[in-house]
Design a protein around this ligand. Structure first.
Ligand code: ADP
Ligand code: MG
Length: 571
């Protein structure tokens, strides 16, 4: 277990201390793990209903994050994944109970029902007006009849919001409860887990999911789901959730809903947006109108990877409650989705159709085509080798970037002005500029641009001297733009020796011979980078740790230069 904690047994206490230290709008109840709005007394005096929720910890930002104006008045936290005690819940109720009373919003778990339920009984016997609403939104399990009923999961956050906004609007306890109950009756959720999670006090994951498996309908405490499945593309897995929610919720064309895409804790933000994309498209294709949406981390199972979807039927009133302002720290508002992606037209940059440059014979044109193909293949074939190298000393993306560039070269082959090599290089520069990205992108682009301009102006672009000048000009441009120089452990350590080798070739040498010399100079230069300390680029953060490894950028240069030579052999 690797976690940012101090004492596994004090995780909840310390977390809540952090919560209230960071936010003056929230306080802790003495001796309890209960977060309360700092202005709770004003609220009671104003005759507003208080909303109390909670449950086991481990679902952060629920529930403390929803304490704030227009949402919860207090949130009771139990130990991780364990219901809070009757007495804790009772303390919360007694603290925030004003004349208008208290609504308890409880997720449907036996422990929570009993502890919140008994606390409500005791408070009510003591004369407090208290009502309880149990939320069961999880449609994963087959049937609710005769069993404990649907579990309460992430959709409950919508109920906090509806109840909180209704209370803030000054409604009576009965009215607040009725609104929340209506909303809960049309609320359907289901989750998908990709990994387990570790309760700090337990020290190891509560269960296991094999590397290639996922679990549909897993509970937010790791209770078993409906079924295991193989990992599939996100759309296919999300469709399983969506289809079930639509069925269980009897959602039909024309229905109006609010959507929540919730991170179970350990998934990347980008994955949630990919999930949202499919759900929104899936709803549109079914004619279901998603009128409000939120995508983010709302109710988690510690660091479990995966997500849950919730759809809630809405009418104008519920929508108003969802859209009402709240200052709870974990409530970020809801957005209004659109039925189709809207794109605005791009402003075009001046393009290269008008470029001029010296031409060369047709056989050179064929040779250049063969060379570009060979370069492209070499980079694509070696994608994983480059990835591996860059993972050791950089961020691992150079293989992907260069393979993407290589495919773009392939795609562009027929449209390049191969009869005028200087123009073709400038066209390549524009392509690389668009597709490469990263550090290599602009550097390769400036290299090809300057080399192309030089070659275009040269009266004899079919000579080795012209290409040597072009390469040297390319290197100079790269030095100017990137600020690195020979010896800084970059691709320049392959490019510069290669350009120099080409420049020192005798006039009458064959292009094959010249290219071979150029490629072996690049190879030797790349090899030397093993002993160089990085000064530029991401490797520089690693310092001496890169020693012994070849710089991936230099390695790539050696690769494609070798491909150039090979293509000329084949020519
Ligand atoms: P990043 O991951 O930083 O965006 P890439 O993975 O696309 O970069 O490329 C990394 C390679 O770029 C390095 O191996 C190095 O050869 C080269 N590089 C980094 N900085 C420079 C620079 N200033 N000049 C020339 N080449 C550089
Ligand atoms: Mg990189």
């Amino acid at each position: 277990m690797k976690k940012l904690i101090n004492d596994p047994l004090r995780v909840v206490d310390e977390m809540l201390e952090g919560v209230v230290m960071a936010d003056q709008r929230r306080v802790l109840l003495e001796g309890e793990n209960i977060v309360v709005r700092s202005d709770y007394q004003d609220l009671m005096m104003a005759g507003k209903v208080s909303i109390v929720s909670g449950g086991g910890a481990g679902h952060e930002p629920a529930h403390g994050g929803y304490v704030g104006r227009g949402m919860l008045t207090a949130a009771v936290a139990g130990p991780v994944f364990t219901s809070p005690s009757v007495d804790a819940v009772l303390s919360a109720i007694m603290t925030v109970a004003g004349p208008a009373g208290v609504l308890l919003v409880v997720k449907n778990y036996t422990g929570d029902r009993l502890n919140f339920g008994l606390a409500a009984e005791i408070a009510s016997a003591a004369g407090v007006r208290v009502e309880m609403l149990v939320v069961g939104d999880d449609v994963a399990l087959d049937d609710d009849a005769g069993r404990v009923g649907r579990r309460g999961i992430a959709g409950t956050v919508f109920i906090h919001k509806v109840a909180g906004a209704a209370a803030e609007a000054g409604l009576s306890l009965a009215q607040v409860k009725a609104e929340a109950q209506d909303a809960a009756a049309g609320l359907f959720s289901m989750g998908l887990a990709l990994s387990p999670c570790t309760v700090p006090a337990a020290g190891q994951p509560g269960f296991a999911i094999a590397e290639d498996d996922v679990e549909y309908g897993l509970g937010i405490h790791g209770e078993s789901g409906v079924r295991r499945g193989r990992i599939q593309p996100a759309d296919a897995m999300v469709e399983v959730l969506l289809q079930r929610i639509v069925e269980r919720g009897s959602l039909e064309r024309g229905d109006r809903v609010a959507l929540m895409v919730n991170n179970l804790g350990g998934s990347a933000v980008q994955e949630l947006d990919i999930v949202a994309r499919h759900v929104l498209a899936g709803c549109t294709s079914r004619g279901i109108n998603v009128e409000a949406a939120m995508v983010g981390t709302f109710l988690t199972a510690l660091e479990m990877a995966g997500c849950s979807l919730s759809l809630m039927r809405v009418d104008d009133r519920t929508l108003k409650r969802l859209q009402a302002p709240s200052d709870a720290s974990a409530w970020h508002g809801m957005t209004v989705p659109v039925a189709a992606i809207r794109r605005i037209p791009r402003v075009k940059t001046a393009e290269q159709d008008t470029l001029q440059g010296s031409g060369w014979p047709q056989r050179n044109e064929h040779a250049m085509r063969a060379v570009l193909q060979a370069v492209s293949h070499a980079l694509q074939d070696n994608e994983s080798v480059l990835t591996e190298l860059d993972s050791r000393v950089g961020d691992g993306d150079i293989g992907i970037s260069l393979a993407r560039g290589a495919r773009a070269i392939d795609d562009a082959l027929d449209s390049l002005a191969l009869d005028r090599p200087g123009v073709a290089l400038q066209q390549l520069s524009a392509i690389l500029r668009r597709v490469l990205g990263g550090t290599s992108g602009p550097l390769y682009s400036v290299f090809a641009l300057r080399a192309g301009v030089t070659l275009a102006a040269h009266p004899h672009p079919d000579t080795i001297a012209a290409w040597a000048q072009a390469l040297q000009a390319g290197c100079e441009a790269m030095i100017r733009l990137g600020g690195a120089n020979a010896g800084d452990r970059t691709m320049l350590d392959a490019l510069i020796p290669a350009a120099t080798a080409l420049a020192s070739q005798p006039q009458d040498v064959t292009s094959l011979r010249a290219a071979t010399e150029m490629a072996s100079a690049a190879q030797a230069g790349a090899e030397q980078t093993r002993h160089l300390l990085p000064a530029k680029g991401r490797s520089s953060y690693l310092g001496e740790r890169v020693l012994g490894h070849v710089d991936p950028g230099a390695f790539a240069v050696a690769l494609w230069m070798q491909a150039v030579a090979n293509a000329l052999v084949a020519d």
